[in-house]
Design a protein around this ligand. Structure first.
Ligand code: ATP
Length: 604
């Protein structure tokens, strides 16, 4: 637990403080090596382009000499034109290959994130904001593409031209080359120093984009409440505040990056003036020829573009590393199955009359770090909870709001692990089962928004991907939802709206029950909706619960007396403690809290 908290504090710090997560250059490699083929092709084209580009000034030098010496120009001029055409085509093709590779890198980063993001331990979602996670998949990944297309290969292509030009220049005039390199290297040092700051600035900018996405998600997910409370302006302001912060960080990056280009430009101008001065003197002194000086200057011009590109590429690679840090932060998190799942454990189901047993279970949620990164005192949510539920029985858990009822179901599902005590399924500790096996045997219907945007069919198929239409209609009938099917001519393809908004509260929950029933689990956990139902809906819900309770163990967090009274066992929970167990008539006599709750028809 303490390790988990340590990481939480670090993660929170990562969000709020200046020192964000960092990525190293080496972490970019795996993304590149996945696409070796495309990169080799791009590099080959780049090499070809570089060789052709290098040949152009050399041929131009030849043209000048040919003119001076009165030789035939046709051959050399035709070669020059052919080279220009081929290098242009090679350049275009290389651009396409690179852009496509960039897209592939984005796709692979997004796939990895999607695979991982849906499998994180549940406590990670408690800690993080959905919008921020969304922006890592959508926005941060696109910066990787920039690093590749404008970045690495530009640098590689530039390097080839640079090396080739340097060799040619060394042959023509080593002294001139020495002076040129001196000027260029001092510029390189200045650029590296400046561009390194882009990385940290990008991480911060992306954090702000993440915060903005989270603000948008928050506002849109509760848009009706916000509209009813006339809080549109305030929520829009909150989004704009985050957008402004992102803008400021963007401007910060622009400031740093814009310093890079003039440094490069200045260096090249300085190199040009030095070459003209020193070269002019050397021509006047008869040490070198005009043709050599012109070729040298053309080679210098040829170098200018790749050097400028390499400077820009370095800055955009730094920027990609800033975004990669946010991607790697999620990829580095362990997924749920890596936390305490024992793959070697038995998946056999031993015969036992007890379906679920809690044995002295204690639990507390990990505290959310405060602004300063410290952790507040964790509050016990379940305190020495023990009970056992016989197979095939119907059990209701009741108690005041916040007593810990939903937490009990979360622990059965192993969304969280108890801090102390054991939970057994069919007599076997749940830790000895893989989560997969455990969840195969348990259906779980959440209290809130258990319906996803899409059609009735899509919602049901989550429970069993290969169910036939007959099966779908059958389960809808079991939970009294045939009417929903009939009221829309599209039948199973009728849309339910975002979060199932086109259905009533009771219908939503019954649809969620129907979905769970498709998987036919032997145990069903049901967190009953608190929304009040009219007489007819209440009746339908009761019938639905009666239908699903047949031939299975049903544990229901009950908010309605009608759900509770027929239960084989009722567990009364208060402040995380079991204060009563028994049937309705027993508890009315033995447990004052239950008697009080029952008097008010429960609904707490
Ligand atoms: P209700 O009937 O209102 O849903 P409940 O009895 O089901 O309440 P729980 O949802 O189990 O109660 O919550 C018990 C306590 O744990 C509450 O104090 C709640 O604030 C806290 N809690 C619940 N979920 C989390 C979480 N994910 N992280 C931190 N604390 C939580």
């Amino acid at each position: 637990m303490s390790m988990m908290m340590g990481r939480r504090a670090a993660a929170a710090n990562g969000r709020g403080k200046d020192k964000g997560p960092k990525a190293k250059f080496s972490q970019l490699w795996p993304y590149l090596t996945e696409h070796k083929g495309s990169l080799v092709l791009a590099a080959t084209l780049s090499l070809l382009g570089a060789v052709f580009s290098l040949a152009q000034p050399l041929l131009t030098g030849q043209v000048i000499s040919a003119v001076q010496e009165g030789r035939d120009l046709v051959g050399v001029v035709s070669l020059l034109i052919a080279l220009i055409i081929v290098s242009t085509i090679a350049g275009g093709f290389m651009y396409f290959v690179l852009t496509r590779t960039g897209e592939k890198v984005v796709l692979s980063a997004r796939s990895k994130l999607a695979q991982r993001m849906l499998r994180l331990p549940i406590h990670e979602y408690d800690l993080r904001r959905t919008g921020d996670l969304v922006s890592r998949v959508s926005s941060d990944t696109t910066l990787l593409r920039a690093a590749l297309t404008q970045g690495l290969v530009d640098m590689a292509g530039g390097a080839i031209i640079f090396i080739g030009a340097v060799i040619a220049m060394a042959v023509i005039d080593p002294v001139l080359l020495g002076t040129t390199l001196l000027v260029i290297f001092s510029a390189v040092a200045a650029v590296v120093f400046t561009a390194r700051r882009v990385r940290a600035a990008t991480t911060k900018a992306q954090e702000r984009v993440g915060a903005m996405s989270a603000a948008v998600e928050r506002a849109l997910s509760a848009v009706r409440t916000i509209r009813a409370a006339r809080a549109e302006a305030r929520e829009a302001d909150a989004i704009i505040t985050d957008a402004t912060q992102a803008y400021k960080q963007g401007v910060e990056i622009a400031k740093i990056s814009s310093a890079v280009a003039p440094i490069g430009g200045m260096a090249m101008n300085a190199a040009f003036i030095v070459v003209l001065g020193v070269g002019g003197y050397r021509v006047a002194a008869g040490i070198t020829s005009v043709a050599n000086l012109v070729t040298f200057i053309l080679l210098l011009f040829l170098m200018m573009r790749p050097i400028g590109q390499a400077f820009g590429a370095y800055a955009s690679t730094q920027s990609a590393l800033g975004a990669l840090a946010r991607i790697q932060e999620i990829l580095a998190l362990p997924i749920e199955s890596e936390l305490g799942d024992r793959p070697e454990s038995s998946t056999a189901k031993p015969a036992n009359s007890t379906a679920i047993e809690f044995d002295d279970v204690h639990f507390e949620y990990a505290a959310v770090p405060l602004e300063d990164g410290t952790l507040p005192e964790a509050k016990p949510v379940l305190d020495s909870v023990s009970f056992s539920i016989e197979r095939g029985t119907r059990v209701a858990i009741v108690g005041p709001s916040g007593a810990g009822k939903s937490t009990i179901l979360s622990l059965v599902e192993r969304f969280y692990e108890p801090t102390h005590g054991r939970i057994l399924l069919d007599g076997q500790p749940v830790q000895d089962l893989t989560r997969e096996t455990l969840r195969e045997q348990i259906g779980y219907v959440e209290q809130d928004a258990p319906v996803l945007a899409g059609s009735l069919r899509e919602n049901l198929l989550i429970g069993k991907a290969d169910a036939t239409d007959e099966e779908l209609k059958h389960v809808l009938g079991q939970v009294n939802l045939t009417e929903v099917l009939e009221r829309d001519e599209r039948g199973l393809d009728a849309e339910v709206g975002e979060n199932g908004i086109m259905l009533s509260g009771g219908e939503r929950q019954r649809l969620a029950i129907a979905r769970t029933l498709l998987a036919a689990p032997p145990i069903l956990l049901l967190d009953e909706s608190t929304s009040s139902l009219d007489g007819l809906n209440e009746q339908r819900m009761r019938e639905a619960i009666d239908a699903v309770a047949k031939n299975r163990t049903l544990i229901v967090i009950a908010h309605r007396l009608s759900t509770v009274v027929d239960s084989d066992q009722i567990i009364v929970l208060e402040n995380g403690k079991v204060i009563g167990r028994g049937t309705h008539s027993e508890l009315v006599k033995s447990t004052p809290l239950y008697k009080e709750l029952a008097k008010h028809q429960l609904l707490v």
